[in-house]
Design a protein around this ligand. Structure first.
Ligand code: NAD
Ligand code: MG
Length: 391
């Protein structure tokens, strides 16, 4: 039986790895929607290769190129946010949510409304609106499966286990591209230097977030939301080889570690075939060649995003939405060379401090999350124009 699938963020790093797996077994899938931000030519090429029903670019300016590239193929071409949400809402069995940033939240929610499985790479939706996303899945009988490699690893280590027997989880971190730089050099790091990863080949934004460990901060919050774990039971550890992706500590003293080559096609493929395990084209580890595995605790001075993540978890309500937006804004300002690498964490902290009175609430709605997202970006821009000394 063929499965109907959609790929949101198809032109990105996770999207392309997803397509690599799908294209190896074309008869098994009916591809409904593929979406991208820009890159209409690349998107059209993939839509044709996969025989998709519709291809959507979020950027309206892409329409002429997309239409031209798909002329005569019978594949619908559309652009803009409304078209993206409409395509995401088309009923399918499985959707890959791999848009980067807060922009991925609403398309993910639209996909959940159709009741299929949402393979969730877009961690920003969990950090900004975890309870909303999971409640929406439950309301529609939909399934959310983690695709972030650490959370896929935790999910796999938890298979068949009772959550009551879990003491803690440990997510591993590579330490990012600047991990061996002397502390005093970090403030001079450029977006290019921060955008090189020692182990993983990923999109530019998440690669820079790995260097600052904002990515790990996001993942700690993601684990808190997905597995309903108290912050005191979640920990990050630096593991430079990136071969163990996460560990679960059980109450009988056993620790289950998930190991594998650093290749997103493992986590994507696991979510694609779950609950089965099928052959995947990822490298196998030769333990004698691996020889050793190193671990050390992240230094909070080098990686201030980690202690911030715990504040965000303790804050709850709209704190995650403000944190995510402030982090996205800080990254935008760093990429635009308006602030230093080391100014990102103080900027996020200052946005949270200024917004603190506005982040409480018993029940949070999507409108409240969206308003918080916009307000946090405005606050970040305001602080950057004030140019405090640390910027
Ligand atoms: P990427 O930048 O390579 O791709 C992002 C995709 O989103 C592209 O298709 C892009 O065109 C699209 N996009 C960007 N802005 C958009 C907008 N406003 N509206 C609609 N579409 C838009 O990113 P990536 O590295 O593939 O990451 C995708 C998501 O998966 C992120 O949330 C990231 O944190 C998460 N993730 C990525 C990896 C990885 O290995 N790359 C690992 C774990 C989690
Ligand atoms: Mg990850």
């Amino acid at each position: 039986m063929t499965r109907r699938i959609s790929i949101l963020g198809a032109t990105g790093s996770v999207g392309q790895s997803t397509i690599d797996l799908i294209a190896r077994d074309p008869d098994a899938y009916d591809v409904v929607a593929v979406t991208g931000g820009g890159n209409a030519e690349g998107l059209a090429r993939d839509a044709i290769r996969l025989g998709a029903e519709v291809a959507v670019c979020a950027d309206d300016g892409c329409l002429p190129v997309l239409r031209d590239a798909l002329a005569g193929t019978g594949i619908e071409a559309a652009t803009g946010r409304a078209a993206l949400l409409e395509a995401a809402a088309r009923p399918v069995d499985w959707t890959m949510s791999a848009i980067v940033g807060f922009a991925g939240l609403e398309p993910g929610l639209a996909a959940l409304a159709a009741g299929g499985t949402l393979a969730l790479a877009n961690k920003e939706s969990l950090v900004s609106a975890g309870p909303i996303l999971l409640a929406e899945a439950e309301r529609h009988g939909a399934t959310v499966l983690p695709v972030d490699s650490e959370h896929s690893a935790i999910f796999q280590a938890l298979a068949g286990e009772d959550m009551a027997s879990v003491e803690s989880v440990v997510v591993t971190a590579s330490g990012g591209g600047l991990r061996d730089w002397p502390l005093e050099r970090l403030s001079a790091a450029t977006p290019e230097e921060a955008g090189r990863h020692p182990n993983w080949d990923m999109g530019n934004r998440i690669t820079i977030d790995s260097a600052s460990m904002f990515n790990k901060a996001m993942e700690l919050i993601e684990a808190h939301e997905l597995f309903h774990l108290d912050p005191a039971r979640i920990e990050a550890v630096i593991h430079p080889q990136s071969l163990i992706h996460a560990l679960v500590q059980f109450r009988d003293g056993a620790m289950m570690a998930h190991m594998g080559a650093p290749d997103m096609r493992h986590a994507i493929g696991y979510a694609l075939h779950w609950p089965e395990r099928r052959h995947l084209p990822v490298d196998r580890l030769n333990l004698a060649e691996v020889a050793r595995l190193d671990f050390h605790a992240p230094d909070p001075v080098r990686y201030p995003a980690i202690p911030l993540a715990f504040e965000v978890m303790r804050g709850g309500a709209l704190t995650g939405a403000a944190f995510n937006a402030a982090k996205e804004a800080a990254l935008d300002h760093f990429i635009a060379r308006a602030i230093r690498f080391t100014a990102m964490a103080p900027l996020v902290e200052e946005v949270l401090r200024r917004m603190a009175p506005r982040l409480d609430g018993d029940t949070i709605t999507l409108d409240m999350v969206s308003e918080t997202d916009r307000a946090a970006r405005r606050e970040a821009a305001q602080i950057v124009t004030e140019r405090p000394a640390w910027i």
